[in-house]
Design a protein around this ligand. Structure first.
Ligand SMILES: Nc1ncnc2c1ncn2[C@@H]1O[C@H](COP(=O)(O)OP(=O)(O)O)[C@@H](O)[C@H]1O
Ligand SMILES: [Mg+2]
Length: 247
C-alpha cells in the first residue's frame, strides 16, 4: 500500500524506499471511436528511477497525453502494468486511484490551475486541505515551499496579482506539498516567455538536484534538453530513450 498520512501529519515509513518512482510494462491503451479502434499506446515499457528527470517528447498524436494521463492515474491502460513506487496501480479501485492522485502525484499544468480566490499560501495548501491535513505544521511547510520557489514576499497575493512565472512557481510549490512520487508536468513552460521559461527550468533543475523525480511532457527541444533523459514516442511506441545526464 502507499504511505498513508496519519492524523498527526507523520508518514508511515515503509521498510524500503522504492527504486522506481514509476514503472510501466507492456502498457497498451486503445480507444474505440465510432466502432474504430485507435491504438494510442501499443506496448510501452518504461522504468523511471527515483531522482530521474524525464522529458517525454514526440509528434502530435504520438501518445504523450495518453501516457501522461496513465502516469497521473487519470486513466487506466487497456492492458499492461503500471507501478508507482511500490503500488501496482492497475489493481487499485477508483477510490484508491483518486487518493493516489490527490496525495502522491505532483501535477503541474501549462495553465497553472490555481484557485483565483485563494492566496499563494492557500493555493499551496490546497492538496493538504482536501485530505483534512491542514495543521500549523503543514502551514509552516507551505511557507518553506513558497520560500524555496522564491515567493516568500508574496504569500498573501492572489493569482491575478502575480506574473505567469510566479503563478507557475506557486503551482510547483503546490505539487511538492505532499512529497509526491514524482512531479508530473504537462508543458509547464508552454504559456511563458523565454526569460520566464528559463527561470522555471532553473527551478526544475534545482528540484532535480534535490533528488525530486520529474516527468514532463514537452514539444520544445530546448525544454527537453534541460532534462536528464529524453523518451521519444512515435505512433504509440517508444522510438528512442536517450540519457543526457546521470541521475
Ligand atoms: N479519448 C480518445 N478517444 C479516441 N482517440 C483518442 C482519444 N485520446 C487520444 N486519442 C488518439 O490516440 C492517439 C494518441 O493521442 P495523444 O495521446 O493525445 O497524443 P499526443 O498527446 O502525443 O498528441 C491519437 O491518434 C489520438 O487521436
Ligand atoms: Mg497531447
Amino acid at each position: 500500500m502507499f504511505a498513508k498520512k496519519k492524523k498527526d501529519d507523520s508518514v508511515v515509513v515503509k521498510d524500503q524506499e522504492p527504486f522506481f518512482a514509476a514503472k510501466l510494462t507492456g502498457v497498451k491503451r486503445e480507444y474505440v471511436l465510432k466502432g474504430e479502434t485507435v491504438y494510442a499506446l501499443r506496448g510501452v515499457d518504461l522504468e523511471v528511477p527515483v531522482g530521474d528527470y524525464v522529458a517525454i517528447m514526440g509528434a502530435s498524436g504520438s501518445g504523450k497525453s495518453t501516457m501522461l494521463n496513465l502516469l497521473g492515474c487519470l486513466d487506466r491502460p487497456t492492458s499492461g502494468k503500471i507501478w508507482l513506487g511500490h503500488d501496482d496501480v492497475t489493481t487499485l479501485d477508483d477510490d484508491s486511484l483518486s487518493e493516489i492522485r490527490a496525495s502522491r502525484i505532483g501535477f503541474v499544468f501549462q495553465s497553472y490551475n490555481l484557485i483565483q480566490q485563494l492566496t499563494v499560501i492557500e493555493n499551496i495548501e490546497v492538496p493538504l486541505y482536501y485530505q483534512g491535513n491542514t495543521t500549523l505544521r503543514s502551514r509552516k511547510r507551505c511557507v518553506e515551499l513558497a520560500t524555496m520557489v522564491g515567493l516568500e514576499e508574496r504569500l498573501n497575493h492572489r493569482p491575478t496579482q502575480l506574473s505567469g512565472g510566479q503563478q507557475q512557481r506557486v503551482a510547483i510549490a503546490r505539487s511538492l506539498v505532499n512529497d509526491p512520487y514524482f512531479i508530473l508536468a504537462d508543458e509547464p513552460t508552454g504559456n511563458l516567455d523565454s526569460k520566464t521559461t528559463a527561470e522555471i527550468l532553473d527551478l526544475l533543475d534545482k528540484l532535480s538536484e534535490q533528488g525530486r523525480t520529474i516527468i514532463l511532457v514537452t514539444h520544445e527541444d530546448d525544454v527537453g534538453a534541460r532534462s536528464k533523459r529524453i523518451v521519444r514516442l512515435r505512433d504509440g511506441l517508444i522510438e528512442s530513450d536517450t540519457r543526457l545526464r546521470p541521475i
